[in-house]
Design a protein around this ligand. Structure first.
Ligand SMILES: C[S@@+](CC[C@H](N)C(=O)[O-])C[C@H]1O[C@@H](n2cnc3c(N)ncnc32)[C@H](O)[C@@H]1O
Length: 221
């Protein structure tokens, strides 16, 4: 469970989601690393009363938002610290379930299928897609959607990369693996894993000094 330790450390460095967004709403869906930017829950195309699974839900803001829309929404995360924060803020939201598990273990043990499975800078980025994409495919209902967002690759740096989670000045950072690919490579990997209909793009950053966009992918089973 060294990844859980790393992600607990990460959890301590991350601020809580704001009480309301720029529109004054208490819950919202954010696919990008920028506030009030990019698409929302409509990307998942969920039917009324549909089901969704958030892989690497973190502090739970996105999955809680889906629950407020009437979706039966489940968030899974490997980090007890992330989930504790999610439970403090969103526990008791009708339609929301939160589970502590490693995502591959959770998917292998799941007895149900979902209309949408998604990852926002989450499990699809931090696990081997050769394992994750087919496992998710098995847990999607016919026509279900896998959607994920993450930072686009640094040009020339593809495949498994090291992500460093800082601790203190006198401690080495913790390291987790992540998988970086160009949209075209994701499209190929998804086709090979049983998703015939894929949209893959990099959404540009909002106007300002920061230039890195967001890789956003939706794939229909
Ligand atoms: C960068 S955070 C993003 C959290 C959240 N989706 C958000 O947008 O704020 C990545 C999350 O994925 C979780 N995670 C990473 N690998 C995981 C795995 N194999 N199984 C379950 N959760 C995992 C981490 O604990 C962490 O909460």
């Amino acid at each position: 469970m060294s990844d859980a330790l790393a992600w607990n450390t990460y959890a301590r460095t991350r601020p809580e989601r704001r009480p309301v967004n720029a529109a004054g709403q208490p819950t919202w869906f954010n696919w990008t690393q920028y506030p009030d930017h990019g698409p929302g829950a409509e990307l998942l195309g969920l039917p009324a009363g549909g089901t969704a699974l958030d892989l690497g839900c973190g502090k739970g803001g996105n999955v809680a938002h889906l629950a407020t829309l009437g979706v039966r929404a489940t968030g899974v995360d490997i980090s007890p610290a992330q989930l504790d924060a999610a439970r403090v803020r969103w526990g008791g939201t009708p339609g929301l379930s939160l589970a502590r598990a490693e995502a591959h273990d959770f998917l292998r043990g799941a007895g149900e299928k979902w209309d949408a499975i998604y990852s926002v800078y989450g499990v699809v980025w931090f696990t081997d897609p050769a394992v994750t994409l087919p496992l998710v495919r098995e847990r999607l209902r016919p026509g279900g959607v896998l959607a994920f967002s993450q930072r686009p690759p640094t040009p020339g740096c593809y495949g498994c990369q090291a992500s460093y989670i800082p601790r203190g000045d006198d401690e080495d950072p913790l390291v987790v693996k992540r998988w970086d690919h160009e949209p075209e490579t994701w499209r190929k990997l998804l086709h090979e894993s049983g998703y015939p209909d894929v949209s893959a793009r990099v959404l540009p950053a909002p106007p300002g000094r920061r230039k890195v966009g967001t890789l956003i992918i939706t794939a229909r089973a």
